[in-house]
Design a binder for this molecule. Structure first.
Ligand code: NAI
Length: 673
């Protein structure tokens, strides 16, 4: 087995080494051992003049073996193997057949020459896993492509295409045809002295202002992940103190971060995402085709969903009730593509292509040809039922029909309609063209083909799919409701909205729960609660209700949990809100910022555990994916389940809150989001 990890074949004094460790030729211990052994063997072999190193399959080397990160490092270490290759007296030519990532990029950088296949890429994504490159990447890359570009690539975890690598001076050439043949031919021409090793070059120090500016900028973009700044520091040491000191600093930092909470959290998500995208239960099940997709409703969600579909290269038809509504929906889609151009996510031509894939219709007629239809009309059972009745009459019996409902029971939307095997709920998050999460909710009669189609759509759109059971709020909104209730309970304990929000921002959220409600508007949740009350539910009057009754709907009305100056998003603590809450506060020690975050995260984790226990989620990792990809949970904290488990059995969630909680799981009060 081990002997096959790297195959050697000599032709005309050129040794061809092919890494063959599927699926991504990861540099696990056995591969490193073999590579180290081959490096000394080839050095001593007089019949060999040069070495070509390539990978089997579509990847050169995907990186280190992440599974090894939970164990102590084992010899031979990758930096030593790469140093041996770099020090070889015979030229090593890396023939990049595909992606060279992380340790793979570092291995390629240690070779004397690099030839790229057209589709090959080179990148150092370690920071996304809470690490820094650990085998010379922070030292060799700046010396090969220059300081500023290397800082960008390393700290942002960017990947260079073959053309970009060539422009940056990393690719000695891009193969026009057969990569291996060209690399062998190239190797045969080499007979002069080897190029200087990266370490021979010293880099000019741009001075303290440069480093300070870079540190501030990178820390801001990293949002609490310590790795990007740590990578910058390692680069800095290499510039200030030289290559050898830089390598030592890099290795030390790498080993330190490898055992950090953040790296463990990011690894956890890496594996959770990988498992989510390819669910084992659906292996081998053929999804329905998706050549033509319909979206019904061109509002907030429908326009975003249509934009996401068109951006993925699929044709989509947007259906509305009237020509004005349709025009408004298409205008929203256009605005999304324009914003994507402004942000550099596509160019003008790309935006035009996307728009050309979106067609509009008044009424549902043209959806008859669709393979898949997603309904995103008003959150109203009667309206949605009518849409599904029409669809079942109109569409092929095997067309997949999905609802994007937030809180209605999808079973009630489709009850009694023919061919129930093709109904499913696909719950997108707002803005749908941005948010990665897609909750996929099979109904009682949903077949695995229909379910597989949901997952295939997610894969096509670049979303993270999470399968949820059919319970109120599915996974995410159910936890959100609990989170908001706990946030209100903290007000009763004497914390102010600003203190709660600040504590959650300090934890790593972009926004706290009260700012978030002000942004979305308090009236939606209020209307849901009023509707529940009208149906006879006994929902106690909470502070959120009082705010809405006082005309405080959020930012849009100039005030919600905070006051806002006209046209401003800047929240100011509100005396009116403080006065409104004051009578509800039970005097007790006011919670500290730490306690606030702990209680809110604990409440999420507790609700998440209940969801798992009720069989409504596939496991705690899926709860984490929902929170990270749908609700802004800081990625480097791994999600509420991971975070809580890692912190050990502390008080999870605190006592039940006295706020407006609601035991009835289907008719509760959280906002449809
Ligand atoms: P919206 O009010 O912005 O848009 C609804 C659109 O549907 C309107 O443009 C309306 O003209 C159209 N419409 C109504 N009846 C129709 C019919 N019979 N045929 C064609 N079009 C029709 O609502 P929004 O926010 O986009 O929500 C839509 C659905 O998505 C709801 O079920 C909601 O619960 C769900 N949802 C909303 C999220 C949010 O954050 N807004 C997040 C996830 C799901």
């Amino acid at each position: 087995m081990t002997t096959d990890l790297i195959r050697r074949r000599d032709i005309d004094q050129i040794a061809l080494l092919t890494l063959a460790n599927p699926p991504v030729n990861a540099l696990g211990r056995a591969v490193r051992q073999k590579l180290a052994a081959l490096a000394s063997e080839l050095e001593a072999d007089d019949s060999v003049r040069a070495v070509v190193l390539t990978g089997e399959g579509r990847v050169f080397v995907g990186g280190a073996d992440i599974g090894e990160f939970d164990r102590p490092p084992e010899e031979p270490h990758l930096p030593d193997v790469i140093a041996a290759i770099e020090a070889a007296r015979k030229p090593w030519v890396a023939a990049l057949n595909g992606a060279a990532l992380g340790g793979g990029a570092e291995l390629a950088l240690g070779c004397h020459y690099r030839i790229f296949a057209k589709e090959a890429r080179l990148g150092l994504p370690e920071t996304a896993l809470g690490l820094i490159p650990g085998a010379g990447g922070t030292q060799r890359l700046p010396r090969r492509i220059g300081l500023a570009p290397a800082i960008e690539v390393i700290t942002a975890g960017r990947t260079l295409s073959a053309n970009e690598a060539q422009d940056a001076g990393l690719a000695d050439r891009i193969a026009a045809g057969d990569l291996i043949a060209e690399a062998q031919a190239f190797a045969r021409t080499l007979d002069g002295p080897l190029p200087q090793p990266a370490g021979a070059a010293s880099l000019a120090d741009p001075g303290p202002a440069f480093w300070e500016e870079a540190r501030a900028r990178i820390a801001k973009a990293a949002r609490g992940n310590p790795a990007p700044v740590a990578a910058l520091e390692a680069i800095h040491v290499g510039v200030a103190e030289g290559f050898a000191a830089g390598l030592r600093a890099e290795r030390e930092t790498f080993l330190r971060l490898r055992g950090s909470d953040e790296a463990a959290a990011l690894r956890h998500l890496f594996f959770a995402e990988r498992a989510a995208v390819r669910p084992a239960a659906l292996r081998g099940i053929e999804p329905a085709p998706m050549a033509r997709i319909g979206v019904i409703g061109g509002g907030t969600m429908g326009s975003g969903i249509a934009a996401a579909i068109a951006a993925a290269g699929l044709e989509v038809t947007l259906a509305e009730t009237g020509s004005d509504a349709l025009e408004a929906g298409l205008t929203r889609v256009r605005a999304i593509f324009e914003a994507q151009v402004t942000r550099g996510l596509t160019d003008r031509a790309g935006a035009a292509d996307r728009l050309a894939r979106v067609s509009g219709t008044v009424g549902l007629g043209p959806l008859a040809v669709c393979d898949l239809v997603i309904e995103a009309v008003f959150e109203d059972l009667a309206v949605k039922r009518r849409v599904f009745e029409d669809l079942t009459r109109l569409c092929r019996p095997d067309a997949i029909l999905a609802t994007n409902t937030s809180y209605l029971d999808p079973e009630r939307i489709v009850a009694g309609l023919p061919n129930p095997d093709r109904f499913i709920a696909l719950h997108f998050f707002s803005p749908a063209q941005v948010m990665k999460l897609l909750e996929i909710v099979p109904l009682a009669a949903t077949t695995s083909r229909t379910l597989a189609t949901g997952f295939a759509l997610a894969a096509r759109l670049g979303k993270i799919p999470v399968q949820a059971g059919n319970g109120e709020g599915f996974i995410g909104n159910r936890i959100l409701k609990r989170y908001r209730a706990e946030a209100e309970a903290l007000l009763f304990a004497g914390a102010s909205p600003a203190e709660v929000d600040q504590a959650m921002r300090a934890f790593g959220f972009g926004m706290g729960p009260f700012e978030m409600q002000d942004m979305a508007g308090l009236d939606i949740a209020f209307r849901a609660r009023e509707a529940a009350r009208a149906q006879g539910q006994d929902l106690p009057e909470g502070p959120g209700d009082r705010l809405v009754r006082a005309g405080r709907l959020g930012r849009k009305s100039g005030g919600g949990w905070y006051d806002y100056a006209p046209e401003s998003r800047q929240p100011h603590p509100s005396a009116e809100v403080a006065a409104l809450i004051a009578p509800l506060v039970t005097p007790r020690p006011r919670p500290s910022a730490m306690e606030i975050a702990e209680r809110l995260i604990g409440a999420m984790a507790e609700e998440g555990q209940r969801i798992c226990d009720e069989g409504l989620a596939q496991g705690p990792a899926d709860i984490d994916l929902v929170e990270v990809h749908g609700y802004g949970f800081p990625r480097h904290k791994g999600g509420p389940m991971f975070h809580t488990a890692r912190k050990g059995p502390t008080r999870a969630g605190g006592p039940a809150c006295p706020g407006p909680t609601n035991a009835d799981p289907r008719k509760g009060g959280a906002a449809p989001t």
